[in-house]
Design a binder for this molecule. Structure first.
Ligand SMILES: [Fe+2]
Length: 264
């Protein structure tokens, strides 16, 4: 039987009024010293961390959605590299559409464009990383050192938003690893609910450290690109990686079958 799409209030069991994503983002970003933030982003090799970014009503909405989607988490395990869970955009579209609205917020994208100096676009409809929730719910959940490599023809930016953090997990990172003119610069942050990390996926080497006992952490990531074209062989690698490491074959290839069905 097909599941029925629910709105946020039904998922969370509350009568919470869904915030207006554009207005909520603007209420924060218009008060920032954006020239300074843009300089910080550039100086740090296309990386920025803010411990307090989201408007409180947005954070509250994300926390409620993250808890409401716990039964939808797809667990994955790659020995030596990652262990954790995720909820893909396809599930988010059905059950937490506010997250999709926030992802597409013109205010948010415009502000990220100011920071990066790039014209950004949302990821194509078949990219499960466009927006996804990542769940760390069991001891040892983590992701090892990696880059958010772009398989697109252009750059791929990651926006990471803290949602729930009842954990000792940290985002460890190294700046400037792909810039020979600067020494590598290590850093580490614990991202509180409403906090933000924004970076160029090919430039920031990073990991999430393993979680301890009786802890929980949920983060939301948004992916934006500068060119949505992808060469077929890169698409194949990207799809296989997603199927194995993140979202499961059923979820990734269901989308692909739909696409090829449309094209036939
Ligand atoms: Fe990453």
């Amino acid at each position: 039987m097909e599941s029925v799409a629910l709105d946020n209030s039904q998922v969370t069991g509350s009568q919470r009024a869904t915030p207006d994503a554009d207005r909520a983002v603007a209420s924060r970003t218009h008060g920032f010293d954006n020239a300074r933030l843009r300089k910080d982003f550039a100086d740090q090799g296309a990386f920025l961390y803010l411990d307090d970014f989201l408007a409180p009503e947005v954070t509250a909405q994300l926390v409620a959605s993250a808890r409401g989607l716990l039964d939808e988490v797809n667990r994955n395990y790659l020995p030596g590299h990652k262990q954790g869970g995720s909820v893909s955009r396809h599930t988010i579209d059905r059950l937490a559409p506010f997250i999709a609205e926030l992802y597409r917020s013109k205010e948010l994208i415009g502000w990220l464009e100011q920071l990066s100096g790039d014209q950004l676009m949302v990821s194509p409809a078949d990219d499960p990383h466009a927006y996804a929730l990542y769940y760390y719910t069991r001891p040892g959940d983590h992701i090892g050192w990696h880059y958010d490599t772009s398989y697109y023809d252009g750059r791929r930016y990651t926006l990471l938003l803290g949602v729930i953090d009842e954990s000792t997990c940290r985002l460890d990172y190294e700046l400037h690893t792909r810039d020979d003119s600067k020494p590598d610069l290590p850093g580490s942050v614990q991202i509180p609910p409403g906090g933000l990390v924004f970076f160029d996926g090919d430039k920031l080497r990073h990991r999430i450290s393993p979680m301890g006992e009786n802890e929980m952490r949920v983060s939301l990531t948004f992916e934006y690109v500068t060119d949505s074209n992808m060469r077929p062989w890169k698409r194949f690698i990207s799809n296989m990686k997603d199927a194995i490491a993140y979202f499961g074959f059923r979820q990734v290839f269901r989308q692909l079958m739909r696409r090829s069905g449309d094209a036939a």
